[in-house]
Design a protein around this ligand. Structure first.
Ligand SMILES: [Fe+2]
Ligand SMILES: [Fe+2]
Length: 179
């Protein structure tokens, strides 16, 4: 393999690992917010937060799989520290900002992949950036509801179910359990 090819591969692995560490941070941040919202009895908000954390886990895995395919080593480092004890409005304002930063970064990473001639990694980023946009829209809408309706909106959410239904795992899957 030529030196140029190797250098291009290294650049792609670098952005895939940057993205993976952002995903690992998001997973931990959203899990923490999920428990906090559940504790405060905002069931519907807690359930959606759990589902978004699971989306981020899929993203972290997809990036790791592509890194392995390219012969790299997936990072285990989180991109930042997990904030705890945030107020409900702050959760949504901060998460919308995080998703917006992620969308911007992944668009830059798509360019890096294209310049390096790696269309497969570019396509992976394209698929994932669409999901980050869906997360951002949801966080932004929720922040808007809390800002505009405040306690009225939160009172409507209080006591709603926090169940996300059966989740698929090694032990638990849709056929065998409803945990
Ligand atoms: Fe993600
Ligand atoms: Fe996201």
């Amino acid at each position: 393999m030529t030196a140029e090819k190797e250098a291009n591969k290294a650049k792609v692995i670098e952005v895939l690992n940057k993205a993976r560490s952002m995903e690992l941070h998001a997973i931990h941040q959203y899990m923490n917010q999920h428990y906090s919202l559940d504790d405060q009895d905002y069931g519907e908000l807690a359930a959606n937060m759990k589902l978004i954390a699971i989306d981020e886990m899929r993203h972290a895995e997809s990036f790791a799989e592509r890194i392995k395919e390219l012969g790299g080593e997936p990072t285990v480092e989180k991109a930042g520290k997990v904030k705890t004890g945030e107020a409900v409005l702050d959760i949504y304002v901060n998460d919308a900002a995080r998703e917006d930063d992620t969308i911007y970064a992944y668009n830059q990473f798509i360019k890096v992949c294209m310049d390096a001639g790696d269309i497969i990694s570019a396509r992976l980023f394209e698929r994932i950036v669409d999901e980050e946009q869906a997360h951002m829209n949801y966080y932004d809408n929720t922040a808007g509801h809390i800002k505009n309706l405040g306690p009225t909106y939160l009172a409507k959410i209080a006591g709603t179910p926090s169940s996300t239904g059966p989740s698929k795992g090694f032990v638990t899957n849709a056929d065998s359990a409803d945990a």
